[in-house]
Design a protein around this ligand. Structure first.
Ligand code: GLA
Length: 406
């Protein structure tokens, strides 16, 4: 999976130790064997950025990087969570007393999921959960969603709730929105819950209808790379919420429920309506991004369905320009990753995820993987940036229960 071993010892901040190790560690920490082990991945988004909170379309793939959780029920109503990756003691909550914003740090995510399930009337009691993750944090690859969805899946099975993946994804999103306080859309949680290996997920975020679109890059002689710029983003810092508000203002000015309701062939008329001096110019640009981005999702689906995977490259690069210029969520390091990769002959590249740092994706011919990677690393070195981490985005399985080993 690694394509640039040189600047870093490992592409993964924490190596996977596997279910057998996690089972042993669970027993050691909690004095009881786990009843099950579950896994939920991080994601990269191929196309459809900042469209999810506009009821639009997205196209993520699951990464091989995942959060693994071992779990066992407790009869005393306590939720105890322990992370291998974040130094610190086991964190303990009384499930009945969980309330929005009552927890901080990483443990707020699993606690928020327990809260969201309870709020929805599901009879979940206490649990011991031990978590290990290989999803890089702050890299725009949905480490939070992996944490939420793995917890949701564990509680769903432990308490035999029988909820389908899209409902678990909704509870995970609610945990993040209302308990943790981050106003994200549904992209990351649906990707983690519903993606399948060798496919991208074509998802309509309005009603969660979806289709798995074959995306076996290796069979096509292509590679999809992730360039983690290591620039940390913080969705909570207000810029994400500001973009959401601008999109809502655009929809209100155009008198539609959401920007998804503006079809691509209505864009010029919509922009003309927004030329009113009372509408901030930024709102016009945000609208243009969302409408063209939804159209790019359609274009990419059509190309993939027609077996013309190579031709998606320029559409990806166009998407980056729109995020950089119209949506203004890129940063110099992401722009550099994209420009260096395309100058070196990549078929296309774009930032992925929320932006303001994090990762870019790059589509290359398989035999151009090394030259493109080297060109990106050289460009970063020349500008004095921290070396990015480059690895292959192999479309992997979504959330699932693993065999209980050990
Ligand atoms: C973050 C959010 C998602 C989505 C993307 C941008 O990853 O969590 O809901 O809005 O940004 O597409």
């Amino acid at each position: 999976m690694t394509t640039n071993q040189a600047p870093h010892e490992s592409t993964e901040p924490h190596s996977p130790t596997g279910p057998a190790h996690a089972v042993a560690r669970h027993r050691e920490l909690f004095g009881t064997p786990p009843e099950g082990v579950w896994s939920a991945p991080g994601r990269a988004n191929l196309i459809g950025e900042h469209t999810d909170y506009n009821d639009g379309f997205v196209m993520p793939l699951a990464l091989p990087h995942a959060t693994t959780v071992t779990g066992s029920r407790r009869a005393d109503g306590l939720l105890r969570v322990h992370s291998r990756d974040i130094p610190g003691p086991t964190v303990e909550f009384v499930v009945d007393e969980l309330a929005p914003r009552s927890a901080e740090g990483w443990a707020a995510y699993p606690a928020g999921v327990a809260w969201a399930l309870r709020e929805a009337g599901h009879a979940i009691g206490g649990a011991d959960l031990y978590l290990e993750s290989t999803v890089p944090t702050g890299a725009g690859l949905s480490s939070s969603a992996a944490l939420e969805v793995s917890t949701a899946l564990a509680l769903n099975d432990l308490y035999e709730l029988g909820l389908p993946p899209e409902v678990l994804a909704r509870h995970a999103q609610r945990a993040e929105n209302d308990f943790v306080g981050i106003p994200c859309g549904i992209l990351d949680q649906m990707a983690s819950a519903c993606c399948t290996a060798e496919h991208v997920l074509h998802l309509d975020t309005r009603d969660l209808s979806r289709r798995q679109v074959p995306f076996d890059m290796a069979a096509e002689g292509l590679r999809l790379l992730v360039v983690d710029t290591q620039v940390k983003h913080a969705l909570a810092d207000g810029a994400y919420a500001e973009r959401r508000a601008e999109c809502e203002a655009g929809a209100a000015a155009l008198d539609v429920p959401a920007l998804r309701d503006i079809a691509h062939d209505q864009l010029d008329a919509a922009l003309a309506r927004l030329a009113d001096p009372a509408v901030p110019p930024a709102v016009r640009r945000r609208v243009r991004h969302v409408v063209t981005e939804n159209h790019r999702v359609e274009r990419i689906v059509a190309l993939l369905d027609a077996g013309r995977a190579r031709e998606i490259g320029p559409v990806l690069t166009e998407g980056h320009a729109s995020l950089r210029d119209d949506f203004e969520v890129s940063c110099p390091e992401l722009d550099l990753a994209v420009s260096a990769a395309t100058a070196a002959g990549a078929l296309g590249a774009r930032m992925t995820g929320g932006g303001f740092g994090g990762s870019a994706i790059v589509l290359v011919e398989a035999d151009a993987t090394d030259t493109t990677t080297k060109a990106v690393l050289a460009a970063f070195a020349e500008r004095g940036h921290v070396p990015p981490r480059v690895f292959e985005a192999i479309p992997s399985a979504g959330a699932r229960r693993l065999p209980l080993a050990g």
